[in-house]
Ligand binder design. Structure first.
Ligand SMILES: [Zn+2]
Ligand SMILES: [Zn+2]
Length: 277
């Protein structure tokens, strides 16, 4: 039976609820799944607190995908078997959420100072239920109110990196995430190394104390898999893989069970003692 170690729910940017993910995973015949939402563990907590965890007939691995940056590249870091009630982990994740709000408020204030009459309320109305409010929502308000002809122009003139209303993201750095996941009892895996965009940087990152690397990934070609497998062996890392499922039609795969890994990769990660009971 196959497994999938990289899945998003609607607690981050996936479309399905955690319950729907578990149902779909069982229907697809998966043995192990890991729920790895962006910067939060609320989906797993939800399953646990609803009495739906552990799932019957399927092993669920509590996970997370933390956003980070290094040398100007986006770096995503997966944590598996984490204690989702670990206080330090929850505190730092909360800082990330607060950082998003602080950034949003700061950008709106900068725009107001520059003479663009927009309010936080207007942006919140555009953002709707989106949890990660950001520049695209602000840009839409500026276009709607006729300050700019197009979103592109907003970014070119005021909201793009280093433009006058830009405020940088608050992100945890990779070394801090490695330490945090370890402190929460987890295994740290470098997600989709190809998407980092620089293999030399990938090697430097691996030296920070990673336990594994996500070698099997929809956007990795057969050559990428061979290259990252060799790199993982060089650093004595576990090999992992997953579909990065979001349940959106625009993104392959749009169903669970299409992109999977052999169970042995999940078994190497799975720690029954770390699972919630
Ligand atoms: Zn990612
Ligand atoms: Zn992901």
């Amino acid at each position: 039976m196959p497994s999938d170690l990289h899945i998003h729910t609607n607690f981050s940017d996936g479309r399905l609820t955690p319950e729907e993910i578990v149902t779909a995973a069982k229907a697809a015949g998966l043995s192990y799944i890991a729920i790895t939402d962006h910067d939060n563990v609320d989906g797993i907590r939800h399953l646990y607190e609803q009495g739906l965890y552990p799932g019957k007939g399927i092993c669920i691995i509590p996970g997370i995908e933390c956003s980070s940056q290094a040398e100007g590249h986006d770096v995503h870091i997966l944590g598996y078997n984490i204690n989702i009630y670990h206080q330090e982990l929850l505190d730092r994740l909360n800082d990330v959420v607060e950082g998003r709000w602080t950034r949003f408020t700061a950008m709106v204030e900068k725009l107001q100072e520059l003479g663009y009459a927009i309010t936080e309320t207007e942006v919140l109305q555009v953002a709707g239920t989106s949890k990660s409010i950001g520049r695209p929502h602000i840009a839409r308000v500026l276009v709607q109110k006729g300050f700019f002809p197009a979103i592109r122009t907003v970014f070119a003139e005021v909201l793009g990196n280093d433009k006058p209303a830009y405020v940088p993201h608050y992100k945890l750095d990779p070394a801090e995430i490695v330490a945090l996941v370890h402190a929460a009892g987890g295994i740290v895996v470098l997600a989709h190394p190809k998407l980092v965009g620089d293999d030399d940087l990938v090697e430097r990152l691996l030296k920070l104390g990673f336990d594994g690397m996500e070698v099997f990934y929809p956007q990795h070609t057969a050559e990428d898999v061979i290259r990252y497998q060799a790199m993982a062996e060089k650093y004595h890392l576990l090999l992992t893989g997953g579909s990065d499922f979001h349940a959106t039609l625009q993104r392959y795969p749009d169903q669970l069970g299409i992109f999977t890994v052999a169970d042995r990769y999940a078994e190497a990660l799975y720690r029954p003692s770390a699972a919630l009971v």
